[in-house]
Design a protein around this ligand. Sequence first.
Ligand code: C2E
Ligand code: CA
Ligand code: CA
Ligand code: CA
Length: 279
Amino acid sequence: SKEKGGNAYHYYKPDMNKRSMQRLNLEIHLRKALKRGEFDVYYQPLVDLSNGAVFGMESLVRWRHPEWGLVSPAEFIPLAEETGLIVPIGNWVLKQSCLQNKAWLQMGYSPLIVSVNISAIQFHQQNFVQIVTEALEESGLAPDQLCLEITENIAMNNLPYITETMQRLRALGVRISIDDFGTGYSSLSYLKRFRVHTLKIDQSFIRDITSDEDNAAIVTALIAMSHRLKIKSLAEGVETKEQLDFLITQGCDEIQGYVFSKPMPAPDFELLIKENKHL
Ligand code: C2E
Ligand code: CA
Ligand code: CA
Ligand code: CA
């Protein structure tokens, strides 16, 4: 390395090294995590506001490292996307979610819709539709009991192969929701083009819905728009009774959030459906 020069050089270099070392370390561990069975899927209930019943669950991946403990997806999903590791991880989550949903059906619980996050990297894989088909076939899950959560940035893309993938998924019979709705690109034409099932209104709009008039106006408009387009509206990150009441008043169809339940391991989710917990 170079001679010690100006202060800035001297000051920043060790810090950058430390950060890239941490990143590399994380990547090395992430590569091994699948083989070592360190991933788990948590399930967060999705609630139908027309009857207060749980109609499905979002799959949220968890990484339990033997020494570090639980690592948040916010920390490792971005790295998994940069390194391409999101493809095997995401495929595992998809398969696991289908198997679990089918298992609950076979135990006699009412049919549920399992909603799985699909990264853009995964979606752009040439064999993506094939992967989804296999997950359904190998689990025996009915296609309409699987929902794929994709972001606006995927859906608004006009490339022919994206349109074709969307059409093939539709033909397969799986559901599609638009995740984090309102935070991506603003073109809305894809909503008509792809006839998605659900708009998941991002939690950043819900957070201060009872104090911020602008966000209240946005959410009201999004719910009204989804109704006109015959698309379900789902509010994410609903934490308080006040937020819930506002959403009910506005005619929102579905909610997800701590006001009802946090994401939880499969056995806990099973207890909840066994008890037939309602909002
Ligand atoms: P997301 O898809 O928007 O998932 C919702 C996030 O909001 C989850 O965070 C969930 O635990 C959290 N949440 C739910 N209700 C509330 C609430 O009432 N209040 C607050 N403050 N938060 C709430 P989580 O599980 O940490 O996941 C973070 C993000 O990581 C997800 O955001 C998603 O983008 C990504 N992710 C998680 N699992 C997967 C996966 O299997 N594949 C991919 N590609 N991404 C995933
Ligand atoms: Ca999601
Ligand atoms: Ca979301
Ligand atoms: Ca989000």
